[in-house]
Design a protein around this ligand. Sequence first.
Ligand code: NAP
Ligand code: SF4
Length: 671
Amino acid sequence: MLYPHMLAPLDLGFVTLKNRVMMGSMHTGLEERGDWARVAAYYAERARGGAGLIVTGGMAPNPEGGVFPGAAGLYTNEDIANHRLVTEAVHAEGGRIAMQVLHAGRYAYGPDCVAPSAIKSPISPFRPRELDEDGIEKQIADIVTSAVRAREAGYDGVEVMGSEGYFINQFLCKATNHRTDRWGGSYENRMRLPVEIVRRVREATGPDFILIYRISLIDLVPGGQRFDEVIQLAKAIEEAGATILNSGIGWHEARVPTIATSVPRAGWAWVTRKLMGKVSVPLVTSNRINTPEVAEELLEGGAADMVSMARPFLADAEFVAKAAAGRSQEIVPCIACNQACLDHTFQGKISSCLVNPRACHEIELNYLPAVTPKRIAVVGAGPAGMMAALVADQRGHGVTLFEADSRLGGQLNMARVIPGKEEFHGLVDWFTGALERSSVTTRLGARATPEMLAEFDEVIIATGVTPRDPQIKGQEAHHVLRYTDVLRGGAEVGARVVVVGAGGIGFDVSEYLAHQGQSATEDLTLWKKEWGVADPEKAPGGLAAQGPQPAPPAREITLVQRKAGKPGKGLGKTTGWIHRAALAAKGVRMIGGLEYRRISEAGLVVMRDGQEEVLEADTIVLCTGQEPLRELVDGLTASGKSVHVIGGADVAAELDAKRAIDQGARLAAAL
Ligand code: NAP
Ligand code: SF4
């Protein structure tokens, strides 16, 4: 049997889960829009794909506990009816689903937020109101009521969110709980809230209802819990009636990345392993697990009884089914970029997935057989072109994919060489495999000409971008390189570097040049040292007393832009801080508000605050954005061809793989 540990059933006494794979909680943004048919379709597809137990995105127990004003909850009979659409759809596919109850406490983005003490979080503008005894009782009662309503709505269970620095977690840590009554002070008092919640939820929902408690195993904030306290809590939560303990890693305000792509795969399973054997309920491990091989290895090695994957189920609803059928290489890999999932959530948009634009769009975006199969040429095998070719092929069109380079991938080939972006290798491999399995005719090393395209009914131009010429005086000098020379060509770079342009690529190039030796993403011990992570048994909250200890930089780097303010503001909502912190740790100077005067032998001559200054450098790397590359378009259009332009060839600004893949998929779905 393939993946014998991952695919083994899990007997919970009153119910048996068909395998050890939990689809972890992710917000979709559809619930707030009242789009319940889409919510149901989204979860049903994941149940059909074999997830052993699905946990929904967090539902607020009351308005003050909602992550943002208007966050979805289970308040009315109409809400219950809506949720029933979801549970029925999942059950019809043979799946099981638990609803997460999420009280945000001081993380609630609104003036009515409440917490154990009136201490503002560094990531929220709102100071919470301190709850009195009655207020605490009300919060518990509301959480219990949510669980009871979840049962009425047909859920198989609930997950009580006790980690990530939310309400319950805020009671557990001294830094956020300054109370002196029976809810604060000693650890027994601080853990009273979670224990009471679990005890009362169990009492109210009955013995045959799955009750998952997500326990914060390593807070990663100053004043975080000691591991002996975590064990004490885990035992008490088990005693109070939990069925399963799920791992929570780090508070949202922690300055240590916990799920970003630069976190090593399964990089936090060692913390779950520390709790194994201390309780008898099944333990779930989580964070940066994205292949069946990693999941199997963790379970086989005794790190946990079950694995949770959230984002991988956005990337591929059929994760488990493909693994079980021996087709694991066909699983679309989650690259942990957060670009279409968490970044969307934090911008109030509907979640989706960079590698799978159908995620949360299961009703409106489908790749149905084409009524009239056509001959389609796709020019350019970057993410936009490859996705368009695959979807068009899946629909029954005859597709030829032309690529001037000798390999597939386009700009993805530059991303994959950056330390911390190793997941891009897997994405290029997946595209390569998917194209091999398809009927697409791939022509590498073939620069398409109008003559070669004459025979096709439709031409999709996905020729990508060319670096923008910043026209800085002196840029022809021998010590000036373009980012493509560095990332593609391996050009020699000196010891002192000025990187001109601080967009995504300027940051990537700086990371690449600052780095030497093994990538910390591939070496957990090194990575923990770089970010100051310690064993929570020895350091409360898991923060090393000596702080982060990054490896010394390979070069002295200055990253510059013309815009005023600190570079990096336009990076990903949930990951930008990690890129900024990683470069700062490597001593990279980041300067905004410059005017570029000229490039001299000594370096880049700039105007800064009205003064001329030389930023000394042995090498200057231009990362000044990109322009669309679409030479073929005008000629083809003039000759009467049906031409479509996608990806960077369409709009180079804000070009990224998310838009490219989405545009490629949507165009091919419509042809
Ligand atoms: P970009 O984000 O548009 O940044 C271009 C940079 O060049 C800016 O810092 C801009 O800042 C500067 N610039 C623009 N025109 C200039 C000119 N004429 N002269 C001098 N400087 C100029 O482009 P990119 O860095 O090439 O990235 C392209 C896209 O790839 C990004 O939008 C991003 O979505 C994607 N990408 C994403 C990631 C990621 O981590 N998610 C990583 C790499 C790439 P000033 O105008 O202030 O000087
Ligand atoms: Fe994973 Fe990125 Fe998709 Fe989110 S958007 S699920 S992180 S691949």
